[in-house]
Write a protein that binds this ligand. Structure first.
Ligand code: HEM
Length: 118
């Protein structure tokens, strides 16, 4: 991912807005809430920030588990992966991300699918 995409969507303030929006739509969807059951709010926000940073080529501050390790045993099905991906694209489009950014994000989502889907 081109690191400039992070700046192009508006840097830290845009990413914070995107995290808040993604958090609301993902947790507001009862097909997805069970995955996050029992996780505290801070962990959930960490998840959203890590997810967004990964797909936007933002600062590599994340030093936690790799994608495969983080999602191992969650049994995430392809439909739910696609749903979260669609929400993410919608949130970024809503923030004014251009087509080039959205195309690159879709490519990262395709590449990451095998590590996240159970
Ligand atoms: C490309 C897409 C995704 C990326 C980059 C991503 C990134 C991450 C990362 C980095 C973590 C570790 C966070 C930490 O240990 O603090 C994590 C954990 C987690 N992810 Fe994702 N994620 C993605 C998609 C999904 C999807 C589609 C779901 C569910 C539908 C999901 C559910 C979870 C849950 C429940 C955890 C917490 C696991 C635990 O703490 O035991 N993720 N994700």
């Amino acid at each position: 991912m081109d690191a400039s995409f992070y700046a192009r969507i508006g840097g830290q303030p845009a990413v914070t807005a995107a995290v808040d929006a993604l958090y609301r739509v993902v947790l507001g969807d009862d097909r997805l809430t069970d995955y996050f059951d029992g996780l505290d709010l801070a962990r959930l926000k960490d998840h959203m920030v890590a997810l967004l940073s990964q797909v936007l080529g933002g600062p590599a501050e994340y030093t936690g588990r790799d994608l495969r390790g983080a999602h191992f045993g969650l049994d995430i099905i392809p439909e739910h992966y696609d749903l979260v991906g669609a929400y993410l694209i919608g949130v970024l489009a809503g923030l004014g991300a251009d087509d080039e950014v959205l195309t690159a994000v879709r490519a990262v989502l395709r590449e990451s699918a095998g590590d996240v889907i159970g």
